[in-house]
Design a protein around this ligand. Structure first.
Ligand code: NI
Ligand code: MN
Length: 226
């Protein structure tokens, strides 16, 4: 199994299936992949902001990947000619091949590049090959990470640390403590000058605070094997 960081909030998880989340590649100064190179069986999109929706329509059309999103955003995909599975908060779904996904809250906003509003932003919990992953999307710190999300038993949590639009490192450290995941991957930082953060320092603080937890700092284009 492999976890790829493609820059910003775009993460790939590859096992028996390839899961791609928030494929913001075109126009992303930190992207390590082009939209033409992207591969996916499942495409999870947390919200409509351009730095998350990215090239999702093009990639879904080319690869035939199954898109999963909040129902209003899924309906928008439908208008672009991409059939997406539209779900809502708290709901989970298991596909015939065993891949399971659940939508959880994210405290943020959501609109499309054309300005239209497309439902609430979400985070995703998903299960692949016996491991449980959480992609927080864009979010503030919120207490339900501890009460609602942690009880799923997370092997991995992908957390924004960029600050300004999302949690910064201090709040992400509290999130990590509450989520009690085995592994963390910081995302949504250093893409733009406003999001400049020291990920090595975040890793040090996290591993000092949470013995037994591992924080994996990946540069765009790097991956870690499980
Ligand atoms: Ni956003
Ligand atoms: Mn964002």
């Amino acid at each position: 199994m492999k976890i790829d960081f493609y820059g910003h909030a775009c993460v790939g998880v590859s096992g028996s299936k390839k899961i791609l989340i928030d494929p913001y590649l075109s126009g992303n100064p930190s992207a390590s992949l082009t939209a033409e190179q992207a591969a996916a069986d499942y495409l999870l999109v947390t919200h409509g902001h351009g730095d998350h929706l990215g090239d999702a329509v093009e990639i879904a059309k080319r690869t035939g990947a199954q898109v999963v999103a909040m129902v209003e955003l899924a309906n928008w995909f439908g208008k672009q000619g991409v059939e997406a599975l539209g779900m809502n908060l708290g709901g989970s779904y298991t596909f015939a091949d065993g891949f399971k996904v659940k939508l959880v809250p994210a405290w943020h906003s959501s609109h499309l590049p054309d300005g239209s509003a497309v439902g609430l932003p979400v985070g995703f919990i998903f299960w692949l090959d016996g491991l449980c992953f959480y992609h927080a999307g864009d979010t503030a710190l919120f207490g339900d990470m501890k009460q609602v999300i942690a009880p799923h038993g997370l092997d991995w949590a992908f957390l924004p640390i960029g600050d300004f639009y999302t949690m910064g490192p201090d709040d992400a450290l509290i999130a990590a403590e509450w989520l009690n995941a085995k592994n963390y991957l910081p995302i949504h930082y250093n893409t733009f000058p406003l999001l400049q953060q020291n990920a090595a320092q975040f890793k040090q603080r996290l591993e000092d605070k949470l013995p037994g937890a591992k924080c994996h700092v990946l540069q765009p284009g790097e991956h870690t094997e499980l």
